[in-house]
Design a binder for this molecule. Structure first.
Ligand SMILES: [Zn+2]
Length: 319
């Protein structure tokens, strides 16, 4: 005998018992509906267990770097910033047969000096800047320990202040941008960030700029300063990082932790975006001193200015 078991009296009894209980249950369910609902105090929403997307748990920023990761650091920014040469149009060639016009003998009356005009802002749109605010309100961690006034620093709030400030300035300069995640109540949303940026239609090339504040290991850290990350091995990314880092260091005068990349465990948004990408880490929110600077409106303005200046640099010179 290959399938089933021997029809012993016990098996026959169990089989019959199951059939009778099923019959009774079905009978009552037809009349009263699901019996369990009759005896439960109120109908409950079904509990859906959503498995976290493994990609959403990948390193998001400098605070997520595992200890054993080898990070390439360069703090000598002048070595990597290659200032593009502005191409001057060649002077018009004068044909050899042209007789130069003699200078007029009458000395012209000097015109009054022109009134200083307000700076004319010409619209430029060389790139579409995909501005990413890093985390959402629902992201675990990414907040400071309790501060003196019993509040905390929340990274998603800070990142949004900076992105909002950058957008305000870019509008003035006619620079194209795309606010990747304007929503606040989101989780890491790493996949969503990348998909949105990758899929947003644009007739001009795109650049991904992710704004963050940093955290060191432990509750409070002695680590401080600025660092900018790029996709390991990307020459364009390295150049972007160098200019952003340079602007930030110049503007704030904080510790220069250099431009960084790592061959393994690269940040998701650097690895999966299909465009040049850069991620700035603007100070440490679990550094007892720096966290208060990050909450300071004047410092925030400087951080915004540094980013805008870097963007305008690439809008002017290209990449
Ligand atoms: Zn972050």
């Amino acid at each position: 005998m290959v399938n089933g078991s021997l029809p012993t009296p016990i098996n026959r009894f169990t089989f019959m018992f199951d059939r009778i209980t099923n019959f009774i249950r079905t009978f009552f369910e037809i009349i009263f509906g699901d019996l369990r609902k009759l005896f439960s105090p109120k109908e409950r929403d079904p509990i859906v267990i959503v498995e976290p997307d493994p990609e959403d748990l990948e390193p998001q920023d400098g605070g997520d770097i595992p200890k054993d990761t080898i990070v390439t650091v360069n703090t000598k920014l002048e070595e990597v910033v290659v200032m593009p040469q502005e191409v001057e149009p060649p002077p018009p060639e004068i044909p050899s047969t042209t007789i130069p016009t003699p200078k007029p003998e009458i000395t012209p009356i000097p015109e009054p000096a022109p009134e200083p005009k307000p700076e004319v802002v010409t619209p430029r749109h060389r790139f579409l800047w995909c501005l990413d605010n890093g985390h959402g309100k629902l992201t675990a961690g990414k907040r400071s320990p309790k501060l003196k006034n019993d509040t905390r620093f929340f990274e998603y709030q800070f990142n949004r202040i900076i992105v909002k400030g950058i957008i305000k300035e870019l509008k003035k300069h006619g620079v194209k941008y795309y606010n990747v995640v304007p929503e606040v109540s989101v989780d890491n949303f790493l996949k969503g960030r990348v998909l949105r940026a990758n899929n947003v239609p644009s007739p001009i090339p795109k650049i991904f700029l992710s704004i963050h504040a940093n955290a060191g290991p432990g509750t409070w850290t002695s680590a401080k300063g600025l660092e900018t990350w790029f996709f390991h091995g990307s020459r364009t990314g390295r150049k972007l990082a160098a200019v952003f880092q340079q602007q930030l260091v110049n503007e704030l005068g904080w510790t220069n932790r250099g431009i960084k990349s790592q061959a393994t465990k690269q940040f998701y948004v650097l690895r999966r975006t299909n465009m040049p990408a850069v991620l700035t880490e603007n100070g440490f929110y679990n550094n007892r001193k720096e966290v208060y600077s990050l909450l300071d409106k004047e410092i925030q303005k400087k951080i915004i200015k540094a980013h805008v200046d870097a963007i305008l640099f690439f809008e002017k010179h290209g990449i």
